[in-house]
Design a protein around this ligand. Structure first.
Ligand code: NAD
Length: 491
């Protein structure tokens, strides 16, 4: 781990195993941070923060340039670690790490847009605001894009002048720990600490009374626990990027092939085995297209080559862990038991033997909103398809879940497209597209899918507190008289 500038094990020597989900082999023994490690990281971060802030944008940008160059140099290694550790196919893992590289340049440039205000509030007074970093921030991330989250999500608080404690997911800590070694070469000691471990390490960061700004990406269930912990630990600013059960709605006028390609892409089968918060895993297909859509999706996904993540020819790797395999398998059983029609998939690919957490890409048809596979986040390669005939009903059903992260609308009718986009309760709506986030566009959820927006100026701004400053600019004698008149009136 990286704690206060030192590359260390846990203070009590504790470790846990990191498992390759493709083979079930143990890849590494990883330090399991203790409460004392979290406290040490906090003390180092608090000590380092004033100097880091004083470096100014130019100084921090220079560090970002060096760190970005190191990440680019170790691009293949980071991608390989993600493939081995998470089961993400190597080609997808390379794409993930590449997507990070422009951020080392873009985030510093965006800081130029963080400006205070002046106000013409009262004569003889100057009022202005300054934007000040929080100090020490906590960052807790999930397993599904390990390097992207470990690296991408610490750059924003850092460039704003904060120091950071990062906790990667226990299933996929390796690229974060390799990044820790790279960061130790460039960043001043204490600026960034990376603490591996389970939920207790995350909880300790949230519970730390002096860490006011916490950003969490993960499940809605964990976010609720974090809110509860934070509520009794102090007054905290939380941002929460959470789960989804995202609707895709197809109208009868669309080109069927384009729609099928879009729906398959929207599931992120090949990027992350469907383990993506933004996956459009509930497809509402107009009855006119319904059976042809099912046949077309089945035909496409049955061609995927499922296998070891590091194999260059693999389209879909395993899901991340034994526990997650059991969880997704439970939903496959629930779908079958609750009466959904299994169109393709539904279990383990037989040709892959019994090692590795492999699941077939699965499509259920005739799903209705009472089934668990229609309303709960599965976070795996499982697409639930529902037929529809009536516009108002389909919008109601799309909105009838606890989530509201993304949605996708397919039609060539521009009026209908925008009407549907306005009525869907989701933080990111695609029209005739799925899956891509465009950097700079805010990303985040309605309902239980989250709080706050990331990936652009909103996120950067969320790492500053605003301070209002008032100064009297009248001449000295009038100032004296004014102070005499107003003494004792503050409050
Ligand atoms: P998770 O909620 O189980 O764990 C996420 C992180 O929280 C891990 O690092 C974990 O160790 C930590 N944690 C667990 N208990 C904690 C506690 N009590 N206090 C503090 N930290 C704790 O999520 P996961 O299974 O790793 O990831 C899948 C979830 O993440 C899905 O719901 C998915 O939709 C969501 N996700 C959301 C986004 C987004 O941008 N909205 C992106 C990726 C993933």
């Amino acid at each position: 781990m990286l704690v206060g500038g030192d590359l260390v094990g846990a203070s009590d020597g504790g470790t846990f195993e990191s498992i390759d989900p493709s083979t079930e082999d143990v890849i590494a023994e990883v330090p399991s941070a203790t409460l004392a490690d979290v406290e040490r990281a906090y003390q180092a971060a608090a000590k380092a923060q004033p100097a880091w802030q004083k470096l100014g944008l130019d100084g921090r940008r220079a560090c970002f340039e060096k760190l970005g160059a190191l990440v680019a140099e170790h691009h293949e290694e980071l991608a390989l670690l993600d493939a081995i550790d998470s089961g993400m196919p190597i080609a997808a893992a390379r794409g993930d790490v590449s997507s990070l590289l422009p951020r080392f340049r873009d985030w510093p440039a965006l800081v130029l847009s963080i400006k205070g205000e002046t106000l013409d509030a009262s004569p003889g007074n100057l009022h202005y605001t300054t934007m000040e970093p929080y100090g020490v921030c906590g960052r807790i991330i999930p397993f599904n894009h390990p390097a992207v989250f470990a690296i991408g999500k610490v750059l924003i608080p850092l460039i704003a002048g904060n120091t950071v404690l990062l906790k990667p997911a226990e299933q996929t800590p390796l690229s974060a720990l390799r990044f820790a070694e790279l960061a130790a070469e460039v960043l001043p000691p204490g600026t960034l600490s990376i603490l591996s471990g389970g939920g207790a390490v995350g909880a300790a960061i949230v519970a730390h009374p002096q860490i006011k700004r916490i950003a969490f990406t993960g499940s809605s269930e964990t976010a609720m626990k974090i809110q509860a912990t934070a509520a009794t630990a102090g007054i905290k600013n939380l941002s929460l990027e959470l789960g989804g059960k995202n609707a895709l709605i197809a109208f009868p006028d669309v080109d069927l092939d384009t729609l099928i390609d879009g729906a398959v892409k929207g599931m992120n089968f090949r990027l992350s085995q469907g383990q993506s918060c933004g996956s459009t895993s509930r497809a509402f297909i107009h009855r006119d297209l319904y059976e042809d859509f099912l046949a077309g999706v089945a035909e496409r996904v049955e061609k995927f080559k499922i296998g070891i993540a590091c194999d260059e020819s693999t389209d879909m790797g395993p899901v991340v862990s034994a526990a997650h395999y059991a969880r997704v398998s439970g939903y496959l059983e629930a779908g079958k038991q609750q009466g959904a029609r299994l169109v393709t998939g539904g279990g383990r690919p037989e040709h892959l033997g019994d090692k590795g957490y492999y699941l077939e890409p699965t499509v259920f048809a005739d799903v209705d909103m009472h089934m668990r596979i229609a309303s709960e986040e599965i976070f795996g390669p499982v697409l639930s398809v529902l037929p529809w005939d009536n516009y108002d009903d389909v919008i109601d059903q799309a909105n009838a879940v606890q989530f509201g992260l993304t949605a996708s609308v397919w039609t060539d009718d521009i009026h209908l497209a925008h009407r549907a986009a306005s009525q869907l309760r989701a933080g990111y709506v695609w029209i005739n597209n799925t899956s891509n986030h465009y950097w700079g566009m805010p990303f985040g959820g309605f309902n239980n899918s989250g709080l706050g927006r990331e990936e652009g100026i909103d996120e950067l701004r969320s790492y500053y507190e605003t301070k209002s400053v008032n100064v009297i600019i009248d001449d000295h004698s009038r100032l004296r008289a004014r102070i005499d008149r107003s003494s004792g009136s503050a409050g």
